[in-house]
Design a protein around this ligand. Structure first.
Ligand code: G1P
Length: 294
């Protein structure tokens, strides 16, 4: 099968977990230190060698398109004022990639979002990155997964171990470890979207990174609504298992959940501490706080 060139970024969700902040602003544009959340996943894809990007948007998401586009007015003003550092920063974002946009008219779930991009993907294997999951890794997580795909030519989902109390927030897999690969690659036997603890086949949770073969499209067309009344990608993948092998890959790196308030704050603190411009000062500020006062 072909090499992977395309990456999809589903971004049509309503962002209800961040209301009222997301009433008039897409959640993907919430700022993590100095960049909007979605830029982290886009950079991961670019650093993995993916050049053909598709963002699946919806109503009220225009700010995402503007962010990755050229901003003539802003560039002109920065140029006139001699702010060359800022100009370089602003230009870097639009120079980084060419992005196509497709709209998901109704928020019917992740599986539905993938189907909306079917015509733009065609008959090639492709990557999916969920922007809520931010992964800090020496080798970009998607690049690691592409290496697995190239070796086995099968769909790959990223996984990590989560505590029992959290299994109901994720797609969970049941898998058999493959020989070698440091025990990081599993042959998936079954997967379930957001199971209750007592029905969960394991603690291995799917994280928002996927490499999918185009066979997923026909399967998703026939997949009914699942958890939360939505067309779930996990259900589609479970159905795909009847036809094709699917691998799960325990990636190297640290995953941050920027998709809910507490996770977003934790991510902000850690990324701020690692930031080369403000990290040191932020660290001494945190140390100066007397937490008992709060
Ligand atoms: C989605 C997927 C789920 C996966 C999770 C990872 O859920 O449906 O299988 O475990 O992303 O973040 P969501 O967080 O959109 O409810």
């Amino acid at each position: 099968m072909d090499r992977i060139r395309r990456a999809l970024f589903p971004a049509a969700g309503l962002g209800t977990r961040f209301l009222p902040a997301t009433k008039a602003q897409p959640k993907e544009m919430l700022v993590l230190v100095d960049k909007p959340i979605i830029q982290y996943a886009v950079e991961e894809a670019v650093n993995s060698g993916l050049t053909n990007l598709v963002i699946i948007t919806g109503r009220g998401k225009n700010a995402i398109e503007d962010h990755f586009d050229v901003s003539f007015e802003l560039e002109r003003i920065l140029e006139d004022r001699g702010k060359s550092d800022l100009l370089t920063l602003v230009r870097a974002v639009s120079d980084m990639v060419h992005i196509a946009y497709v709209r998901q008219k109704e928020a019917l779930g992740l599986g539905h979002a993938i189907l909306v991009a079917r015509d733009l993907v065609g008959c090639e294997p492709f990557a999916v990155l969920l922007g809520d999951d931010i992964i800090d890794a020496e080798i970009p997580c998607m690049r690691q997964m592409m290496d697995i795909y190239e070796r086995y030519k099968a769909s790959v989902v990223a996984i990590m171990e989560v505590p029992a109390a959290e299994v109901s927030r994720y797609g969970i897999i049941d898998g058999i470890p493959l020989e070698g690969n440091d025990g990081r690659v599993f042959d998936v036997k079954r997967m379930v979207e957001k199971p209750r603890i007592e029905n969960s086949p394991s603690h291995l949770a799917i994280i928002g990174r996927y490499i999918l073969t185009p066979a997923i499209f026909d399967v998703l067309e026939k997949t009914g609504r699942g958890a939360g009344g939505e067309i779930q990608l996990t259900d589609g993948l479970q159905n795909l298992l009847a036809q094709e092998r699917i691998l799960a890959y325990r990636f190297r790196g640290k995953r941050y959940d920027a998709g809910e308030k507490l996770g977003f704050l934790k991510t902000t603190v850690e990324f701020a501490l690692k930031n080369k411009d403000i990290g040191r000062e932020f660290r001494s500020y945190l140390k100066s706080l007397n937490l008992d006062e709060y």
